[in-house]
Design a protein around this ligand. Structure first.
Ligand SMILES: [Fe+2]
Ligand SMILES: [Fe+2]
Length: 293
C-alpha cells in the first residue's frame, strides 16, 4: 500500500494544481470536533470571507441535511452540523463547484447519494447522520480529480466503459492501476479531512475493507447502489452493482425495509433534481428547501 500512495501522488501530480481555496487547509486542517476554540476559529475564518460563507451555507441548506429551517449563519451551521462537516464542506467547496459546472451528472449522482445516505441513516437511527451524508457527498470526489488531472486517460476510461460494458472503477483499475476510491481518500487525507469521512470514501466499493467506519461505509455503499438503481444523475457508468452482503448484514437490511427506503429516496429525488436545475440556471433563490426526512 505504501508504494501505491507514491504512485497516486505521481498520477495526481502537483497537489497545488488541485483547486482548493488558498490557505484553507492550513487554517482549518487542524480544527477538530468537540473543541470550542476550534468551532470559534472555524466560524471566524469562514465568516470573514463572504464568498466562502455563501458557498458553505448553500451546501448546508441544500438537500442533503434535511433541515426544516434555512440556516443563515456559519456559526449556526457549525452548531447544527459540527466542525467536522463544516470543515469538510469548506475545504471541498471548490471541487463541488467544478462538479456543478463540468460534470453535472456526477454532481447530481453525488447529491442523490448524499440524500439517500441521510434518509438511510435517519430511518435506521444511526449516529452522526450529517457526517454520513457528507461522506456520501464526497464519495466519488476521486472521479473529479481523475477528470481534471488526467484528461486523456479520462477519454480512454469512458471508451473502455462503453466498449467493455464495465464499471468506471473496473476501467480505472485496468488502465490506471488505482481507482477513484483510493484517489479520493488520498485527497481527503491530504486535506486533513476527518477519518470518519475518509474510510467511507476509500471503501465504498469494497465495504469489507472498512474496519473502523463500517456502518458509515455501508450506508454510503447502499446509497450509491440505490441511486444508480434509480437512474438518478450519472456516475460514469450505468451498471447497478449488487449490495455487498457485508453492508446488508451490517445495516440489518431486509427486502421490505429496502423497498421502504427506496420509496422515500425516490420521493425526495424530485426535489433534488429541482435544486440542481435551479443551481444550473444560477437562480438559487428559487431553490426549494427540502424538509426534514
Ligand atoms: Fe464510486
Ligand atoms: Fe458513486
Amino acid at each position: 500500500m505504501g508504494n501505491k500512495w507514491t504512485d497516486i501522488r505521481s498520477i495526481i501530480g502537483d497537489l497545488k494544481s488541485i483547486p482548493t481555496l488558498p490557505g484553507l487547509i492550513s487554517k482549518l486542517g487542524a480544527l477538530t470536533e468537540n473543541n470550542k476554540a476550534s468551532a470559534q476559529e472555524m466560524a471566524r475564518v469562514v465568516s470573514t470571507d463572504q464568498i466562502l460563507s455563501v458557498k458553505v451555507l448553500r451546501l448546508v441548506n441544500s438537500a442533503f441535511y434535511g433541515f426544516s429551517r434555512r440556516v443563515s449563519t456559519v456559526s449556526n451551521a457549525i452548531i447544527l452540523l459540527g466542525v467536522n462537516v463544516v470543515k469538510s464542506l469548506t475545504i471541498s467547496s471548490s471541487i463541488f463547484e467544478i462538479m456543478e459546472k463540468n460534470t453535472v451528472g456526477l454532481w447530481e449522482h453525488s447529491m442523490g447519494v448524499a440524500v439517500a445516505a441521510n434518509i438511510i441513516a435517519r430511518e435506521l437511527k444511526l449516529p452522526e447522520p450529517e457526517e454520513t451524508s457528507t461522506a456520501a457527498l464526497l464519495h466519488d470526489i476521486g472521479k473529479v480529480i481523475i477528470k481534471i488531472r488526467l484528461r486523456e486517460d479520462y477519454g480512454r476510461l469512458t471508451q473502455a466503459i462503453q466498449e467493455k460494458g464495465i464499471m468506471m472503477i473496473e476501467a480505472e483499475q485496468e488502465l490506471l492501476e488505482t481507482d477513484h476510491a483510493e484517489i479520493g481518500a488520498w485527497i481527503a487525507q491530504t486535506w486533513l479531512l476527518p477519518e470518519k469521512l475518509i474510510e467511507p470514501i476509500a471503501c465504498h466499493h469494497n465495504v469489507e475493507k472498512s474496519l473502523v467506519q463500517r456502518t458509515k461505509t455501508s450506508v454510503v455503499h447502499v446509497a450509491d447502489v440505490l441511486i444508480k438503481a434509480s437512474a438518478f444523475g450519472f456516475s460514469g457508468d450505468d451498471i447497478v452493482p449488487q449490495i455487498q452482503p457485508v453492508a446488508w448484514k451490517k445495516l440489518g437490511l431486509t427486502e421490505p425495509l429496502l423497498e421502504k427506503l427506496l420509496e422515500k429516496i425516490e420521493d425526495k429525488l424530485v426535489e433534488v433534481k429541482q435544486f440542481s436545475l435551479e443551481i444550473q440556471s444560477g437562480d438559487e433563490s428559487k431553490a426549494p428547501h427540502i424538509p426534514v426526512v
